[in-house]
Design a protein around this ligand. Structure first.
Ligand code: GDP
Ligand code: IMO
Ligand code: MG
Length: 424
């Protein structure tokens, strides 16, 4: 049994909390893309933990957490996260890391920052974690993988070869500091020894698990609109968060996937730059930001906020092949007199479209067309079944389901493990 969980907007839809819920019944929980640009919040007892690299299933002893080949790994962040979790009494002994995952090097981080600085007002607004430059090296076939890190001789050779180019770019293009082979080896090789026992052929591990009838959960990072191909390019990340990405990033075939759950919020947020048709610049936007605590888990940046965008949602339902939808964070909308859902875009040429536009400039210049629904004033954070919800909330969810053309099977009414309901 294989369930993929993917973000549907521009990230931060509450994927971590959904994985944390589903992982109770999973045997394996695997990340397949992204790196420590992700910040997935899970609530463990009375503590709120932000996970960047280690799958959110780490909370359950039965689930084997896997970092797949499609993930980019900063070894220092990984080791710090393992220590943080162990400090919380959560063992990382069973963590498996693909020997084929690429390593984020110190020069990737410098290049990320330098490139953003050079772009100036056209910056992407990256997390500055070296994600793009690391995936660039992977695509250029000059990257360094976990298996290289674990062989001192190979690692030195590869770092030396990389620095010939990276130092020239850092110094001559960007006027930035350069790196020596020794300083990188000194910083990184100690991490290799901590990582070594966890290195595994994760594609084989996952396929074996499938053959044995085990339940695998795939934990997507980022979201569909940040996908390198399906997102709002170039304002995207450099990997494939969409469900199709989980095959390439893990080594299981597409026919193995049984369920694809798309995670939405009842409103939309975005961090970083790029088009966002339903963005609110008024007090309603501030209200949602404050009520939803919409400040970045990774960088602390205030998230841009806006209404639910069903044009995006319908697009995401299709490009992910969703079987189910989860709507998180309906509770922060309490107190708003009207709830709006964008059902179409009015383009600059006057045309109204209901499908996600292929042309980037149409997305930049369009005006959202809204349907309005009644708001609610009741505290819904203690509701645990659909029938307990106020009629206005029930009808809002039913309307969303009709508009996005995919069953909504779970609803989050608060961040805690039990503040969620399944909908039949
Ligand atoms: P992720 O990156 O998709 O895992 O999402 P983040 O963890 O970055 O952001 C989601 C935030 O919303 C976290 O602080 C969660 O604890 C919180 N959250 C998730 N679901 C709900 C919900 O239904 N209601 C409320 N109020 N908060 C939620
Ligand atoms: P989770 O998994 C929200 C955004 C950045 C920037 C763009 C590219 O927590 O949902 P990158 O550093 O990846 O090159 O930045 O992508 N971004 C995210 N936004 N949630 C995330 O992850 C994100 N990971 C990257 O803000 O706009
Ligand atoms: Mg996040």
């Amino acid at each position: 049994m294989l369930t993929a969980v993917t973000g549907i907007n521009w990230g931060d839809e509450g994927k971590g909390r959904v994985i944390d819920l589903l992982a109770e019944h999973a045997d394996v929980v695997a990340r397949y893309q992204g790196g420590n640009n992700a910040g997935h919040t899970v609530i463990h007892g009375d503590k709120k933990l932000a996970l960047h690299l280690i799958p959110s299933g780490i909370m359950y002893e039965k689930a084997v957490p896997v970092i797949g080949n499609g993930v980019v790994v900063n070894p220092q962040v990984l080791v710090e996260e393992m220590r943080m979790l162990e400090g919380e009494g959560l063992s990382c002994d069973r963590l498996k890391i693909s020997c084929d995952a690429h390593v984020i090097m110190p020069y990737h981080i410098e290049l990320d920052k330098a490139s953003e600085f050079r772009l100036g007002k056209n910056e992407i607004g990256t997390t500055n974690r070296g994600i793009g430059p690391c995936y660039q090296d992977k695509a250029a076939r000059s990257g360094i993988r976990i298996q290289d890190l674990l062989d001192e001789h190979v690692f030195r050779m590869k770092v030396e070869a990389a620095l010939e180019v990276k130092n020239a770019i850092l110094e001559k293009v960007y006027g930035k500091r350069t790196f020596t082979v020794d300083e990188i080896c000194e910083a990184y090789l100690p991490f290799a020894e901590i990582i070594r026992p966890h290195m595994a052929e994760t594609a084989q591990l996952l396929n074996d698990a499938l053959r044995e009838g085990k339940h695998i959960l795939f934990e997507g990072a980022q979201g569909t609109l940040l996908d390198l191909d399906m997102g709002t390019y170039p304002y995207v990340t450099s990997s494939h968060p969409v469900a199709g990405g989980c095959c390439i990033g893990s080594g299981v075939g597409p026919t193995a996937i049984n369920e694809i759950m798309g995670i939405f919020k009842s409103y939309t947020t975005r961090v970083g730059e790029g088009p966002f048709p339903t963005e609110l610049f008024d007090e309603t936007g501030d209200y949602i930001r404050n009520a939803g605590g919409e400040f970045g888990t990774v960088t602390g940046r205030p998230r841009r906020t806006g209404w639910f965008d069903a044009v995006v949602a319908r697009y995401a339902v299709r490009v992910n092949g969703l079987t189910d939808v989860v709507i998180n964070k309906i509770d922060p909308l309490r107190g708003l007199p009207k709830l709006k859902v964008c059902v179409a875009y009015k383009l600059k040429n006057g045309e109204t479209v209901t499908e996600f536009p292929a042309n980037f400039m149409d997305l930049v210049d369009c005006e959202p067309v809204y349907e309005e629904f009644d708001g609610f004033d009741e505290d819904i954070t203690n509701c645990r079944s659909f029938e307990e919800l106020p009629a206005t909330v029930q009808s809002y969810i039913k309307e969303l389901e009709r508009i996005i053309e995919c069953p909504i099977t779970m609803l989050g009414v608060g961040p805690a493990r039990d503040q969620v309901m399944t909908i039949k």
